[in-house]
Write a protein that binds this ligand. Structure first.
Ligand code: AGP
Length: 621
C-alpha cells in the first residue's frame, strides 16, 4: 500500500523517480506525486488518478530538468480522499521540507490538534502531513535534518516508511522506517530508497534492508545508518538481489497478470531444481532450522503436535490446500486461520505447535500481527514468503522463499502456485519423517511434482483459445458460482476470488456438496457454474452436483481431466487438464481459472493489473 522512491546521485532525478513509481504502481494507484530539489528550492507536482497523468504533467514542465535529488510517491488512500491535495509529497508550513510516507500514523489526530495549536497550518486531510510539520518543529538552526526527523518519528505511533528532503540541506535524503518496508539501494552513480526492489532494479541489485526504527542518511557518495532512538551508528550488510531487471518488466505480454500466469512452469521448475531430491525427499533449508529447534529441546520434529497456517486472500487459499495435503500425508492436525481474525481467536499454542505464515509480499499487516501474536504465545514460527528480505521472512525463525520472482499484477497467480509447491514439499517431508509416506509413495509424488511444469505448459498451449471463447460467452454475466470438492474446494474459492478482483463480477466459491444447503437457490439459466471436476476419488459425487445444476437450468463450465468422455456429455463447456496424482491436481486446476478470470476481465475492459480499490500488499490492518 503506497509506494515510495527516492534518489540522490549523478543521474537526472526525474526519470529515475518516474520509472521507480511505474514499477511500484501496483502498491497503490489513486494519486501520485514527486518532489525534487533544484537551485535550493522544492519543486512539487501531484495528480489525482493514475501515474500516467503525473508523468505527462512533469515531462511537459522544463523546470523539472536539471536536478539530482528527489522523492516520489504512488498512493493507496487510507486517510483523506484520493485527490491532488492529499497526494504526497506533503510539506511543512514554509514549503522547505517534503515528505513521502507509506504506512499509517495512528495518533495523527492528537498530533494535528497539538501542532495546529502551536501555529502550524495544515493543507491536506492526510495523516502524513503531521510528519512534515513535526520535522519542521524539531528542525532549528542548531541541528540537521536527520536530527529533526528522528525526533519527529519518536512522537508518532503507527507504521511508517518515509523519505524526507529539505531546501536547507539539498545534499541529502533522510529515510526512516517502522512497520512498513523500506530498502536502500546502493549504486555506483548514486543511492536510492524504495518500498520494493523492482523500483530500483534498472540501476542496482545491491540493497540494504532498513530495520525497524532505523534511520538512513543518503548523500551522493555515502549512506549513514543509525537507530532512531539512541542515534548510534549501525554497520549494515548489503544483499545482492538475484532478480534481473527483465523479471520485473512486462515483456511481450499485454498484462503482468498474463505474463505471470505463463511464468508458472518456470517458477516450479526452479523450485524443483532447488528443493527436491530424487529419492522422494526434499531439501528444505528452513525445515532443518526447525529440526534443530526441536533437537535443542531434546525432541524431534515428530513431536510436532499441531500446525496452524495463517494467511490472507489467495495465500489463505493456498493454506487451505496445505491443510488437506499435510493432514493427508503427514497425519498432523492442521488449522487454517484468516490472519485478520487470528489475533482475536485466543488460539491454543505451545512449544510443539508450528505456525506457518504464508504471504507473497511478506508485508501484509494482518499476517505480521498474527506472527507477532503467535510468537508471544510461544509457538514455532515458519514463514513462506516470496519477497526476499521481507518483514515476515526476517522475523520468522525458519522458512522458505518461494522465489517466484516479482509478482506485479495485483491478482496473485504464480505466487499462489509457488506457495502450493512449498506446502507440498513440507507435507512430503513431514510425511516421510513421520513414516506415513513410504519411500515408494515419496518417489511417486516427487515424480508427479516433476511433471507439473510440462503439464501446466500443456494447459497454456492447448486451452487458452477455448477459454477465450468461454469468456466471450459469459463476460456480461453478473454472477458466477464456483464449485469444487476435497482438495479442489479451495481452488473454487481461488477461481471466484480471481474473477471478483479483476472483473468486478460477483462470484462465490463453494464446496460442491454444500451447494444444496443454500446456493442452489441462486441457480437458473443465467447462472454460470464453474465446476472443478478432475477424475479423482470424489468425481462421481461432483458429477451428481453437476446434474443438480443442470436440472435447474444452470450453465456448467467444467475443468476436467483430459480423456474424460462423460463430462463432455454433461457440461456446457469443458476445459481439459492433464492427469496427475489426485493430491497434486490443484497445481493444474487453478490454471484455467486464472486464464478465465483474466480473459473475462479483458473483455469487460477492466484494468487487469490494477483493479479498483485494491493494492498488491496490504500494509494496514
Ligand atoms: C490475491 O489475488 C490478492 N490480491 C490478495 O488476496 C492477496 O493474496 C492478499 O492480500 C495476501 O497478500 P500476501 O500474500 O502478500 O500476504
Amino acid at each position: 500500500m503506497c509506494g515510495i522512491v527516492g534518489y540522490i546521485g549523478e543521474r537526472e532525478v526525474v526519470p529515475v523517480i518516474l520509472e521507480g513509481l511505474k514499477r511500484l504502481e501496483y502498491r497503490g494507484y489513486d494519486s501520485a506525486g514527486i518532489a525534487i530539489l533544484k537551485e535550493n528550492k522544492l519543486k512539487i507536482k501531484k495528480t489525482e488518478g493514475r501515474l500516467e497523468k503525473l508523468i505527462c504533467k512533469v515531462n511537459s514542465d522544463p523546470g523539472f530538468v536539471g536536478s539530482n535529488i528527489g522523492i516520489g510517491h504512488t498512493r493507496w488512500a487510507t486517510h483523506g480522499e484520493p485527490n491532488e491535495i492529499n497526494a504526497h509529497p506533503h510539506t511543512d508550513c514554509k514549503g522547505e521540507i517534503a515528505v513521502v510516507h507509506n504506512g499509517i500514523i495512528e495518533n495523527y489526530t492528537k498530533l494535528k490538534e497539538k501542532l495546529t495549536a502551536e501555529g502550524h497550518e495544515f493543507k491536506s486531510g492526510t495523516d502524513t502531513e503531521v510528519i512534515a510539520h513535526l520535522v519542521e518543529k524539531f528542525y532549528n538552526n542548531n541541528n540537521n535534518l536527520e536530527d529533526a526527523v528522528r525526533h519527529a518519528m519518536q512522537e508518532v505511533q503507527g507504521a511508517y516508511a518515509i523519505g524526507v528532503i529539505s531546501t536547507r540541506e539539498p545534499d541529502k535524503i533522510v529515510a526512516a522506517r517502522f512497520g512498513s518496508p523500506l530498502i536502500i539501494g546502493t549504486g555506483k552513480r548514486g543511492h536510492f530508497i524504495a518500498s520494493d526492489v523492482p523500483a530500483i532494479l534498472p540501476y542496482t541489485q545491491d540493497v540494504v534492508y532498513l530495520g525497524e526504527k532505523e534511520i538512513a542518511v543518503l548523500t551522493k557518495d555515502d549512506i549513514d545508518f543509525r537507530n532512531i532512538k539512541e542515534f548510534e551508528k549501525l554497520e549494515k550488510e548489503s544483499v545482492k538481489i538475484e532478480w534481473d531487471v527483465k523479471s520485473a518488466d512486462i515483456g511481450g505480454f499485454s498484462h503482468f497478470m498474463l505474463k505471470e500466469i505463463y511464468e508458472q512452469p518456470g517458477v516450479i521448475r526452479n523450485a524443483l531444481y532447488r528443493l527436491v531430491k530424487p529419492e522422494g525427499m526434499t531439501a528444505l533449508g528452513g525445515i532443518f532450522a526447525l529440526e534443530n529447534y526441536f533437537k535443542k529441546r531434546g525432541k524431534t520434529i515428530q513431536d510436532l503436535n499441531k500446525i496452524i497456517i495463517v494467511a490472507c486472500g489467495t495465500s489463505w487459499h493456498a493454506a487451505l490446500i496445505g491443510e488437506y495435503v499435510i493432514e493427508n500425508l503427514a497425519r498432523i492436525p492442521v488449522e487454517v486461520e484468516y490472519a485478520s481474525e487470528f489475533q482475536y481467536r485466543c488460539p491454543t499454542i505451545d512449544k510443539d505447535t508450528l505456525i506457518i505464515l504464508i504471504s507473497q509480499s511478506g508485508e501484509t499487516a494482518d499476517t505480521i500481527t498474527s506472527m507477532r501474536e503467535a510468537k508471544k504465545r510461544g509457538g514455532n514460527i515458519f514463514g513462506i514468503c516470496n519477497v526476499v528480505g521481507s518483514t515476515i521472512y526476517r522475523e520468522t525463525e525458519a522458512g522458505i522463499y518461494t522465489l517466484a520472482g516479482p509478482e506485479i499484477g495485483v491478482a496473485s497467480t504464480k505466487a499462489f502456485t509457488s506457495q502450493l509447491f512449498a506446502l507440498y514439499l513440507i507435507a512430503l517431508y513431514l510425511g516421510r519423517m513421520k513414516g506415513n509416506v513410504s519411500l515408494g509413495k515419496g518417489i511417486r509424488l516427487v515424480k508427479g511434482l516433476k511433471e507439473i511444469p510440462e503439464k501446466i505448459e500443456e494447459i497454456l498451449n492447448t486451452s487458452e483459445k477455448n477459454i477465450i471463447k468461454i469468456a466471450e460467452k459469459f463476460y456480461k454475466h453478473k454472477n458466477f458460482l464456483y464449485l469444487g470438492r476435497n482438495v479442489n474446494f479451495p481452488i473454487a474459492l481461488e477461481g471466484a476470488l480471481k474473477l471478483k478482483e479483476i472483473s468486478y463480477i460477483h462470484a462465490e466459491g463453494y464446496p460442491a456438496g454444500e451447494m444444496k444447503h443454500g446456493p442452489i437457490a441462486l441457480i437458473d439459466k443465467n447462472m454460470p457454474v464453474v465446476v472443478v471436476v478432475p477424475e479423482d476419488s470424489v468425481y462421481e459425487k461432483v458429477m451428481s452436483n453437476i446434474e443438480e445444476v443442470k436440472a435447474r437450468g444452470g450453465k456448467v463450465i467444467a475443468v476436467a481431466t483430459k480423456g474424460d468422455k462423460e463430462i463432455a456429455k454433461k457440461a456446457d463447456y469443458v476445459i481439459y487438464i492433464p492427469r496427475t496424482e489426485e493430491i497434486l491436481t490443484p497445481l493444474l486446476t487453478v490454471i484455467p481459472l486464472q486464464l478465465l478470470a483474466y480473459h473475462i476481465a479483458v473483455k469487460r475492459g477492466c484494468d487487469v493489473d490494477k483493479p479498483r480499490n485494491l493494492a498488491k500488499s496490504v500494509t494496514v490492518e
